[in-house]
Write a new protein. Structure first.
Length: 155
C-alpha cells in the first residue's frame, strides 16, 4: 500500500513539472491560451523591419499595450506594413504618435515602441501611424563605421 502511495506521489509531481514547463514555454514564446476581442487594429509602414516578428509586443512608456499581428510588404510603396492589435483601453492615442522598432535584452528581441504625440485627434480602428523609425541594423552600422575609417585612411 505504501508503494502505491509513493508511485502516485511521484506521478503527481511529474505531472506538475510537465505543466510548469508548458506554462513556462507559453510565457517565453508570447503565446496565450485565451484570446481577447477588446482590441482594435492600427497600421504602420517601415522602411526596414529587420527582425520584427508576428506576436512581438507593442509598448507605450514601457507598458505592453498590444502585439504585432501581421507583417507584409506594401507593393505600392515597397515598404513593410505592420499590423498591430492595440488594447481598447488605449483608445486615445494621438494621430501624430511615433512608432519605432526597438531591441530588448541581450538576445535582441525586437518590439515596437510608441511615443505619444500631442495632437488632439486620435487614431481610430484601422488608422495608420505615419511617423515611424525603422529598426537599427547592426551590420549596417558596422559597415558604415568601417567605410568611414577606410575613407579617412585614404585621405
Amino acid at each position: 500500500m505504501q508503494n502505491r502511495t509513493l508511485e502516485t506521489g511521484v506521478g503527481l509531481f511529474l505531472l506538475a513539472g510537465i505543466l510548469a514547463l508548458i506554462l513556462l514555454a507559453l510565457r517565453v514564446s508570447g503565446l496565450t491560451v485565451s484570446t481577447t476581442n477588446d482590441s482594435y487594429k492600427i497600421y504602420a509602414y517601415f522602411d526596414n523591419i529587420a527582425g520584427l516578428t508576428v506576436r512581438a509586443k507593442v509598448t507605450m512608456a514601457g507598458v505592453t499595450i498590444g502585439k504585432v499581428t501581421a507583417i507584409d510588404l506594401d507593393r505600392d510603396k515597397f515598404t513593410g506594413r505592420v499590423t498591430m492589435e492595440i488594447q481598447k483601453q488605449v483608445n486615445n492615442m494621438p494621430t501624430d504618435s511615433t512608432a519605432s522598432i526597438l531591441t530588448a535584452g541581450l538576445l535582441g528581441e525586437k518590439y515596437i515602441g510608441i511615443s505619444v504625440g500631442g495632437d488632439q485627434a486620435v487614431i481610430k480602428d484601422g488608422g495608420t501611424i505615419h511617423d515611424t523609425q525603422s529598426a537599427l541594423v547592426l551590420e549596417d552600422l558596422i559597415g558604415k563605421f568601417l567605410l568611414n575609417t577606410v575613407s579617412k585612411d585614404a585621405k
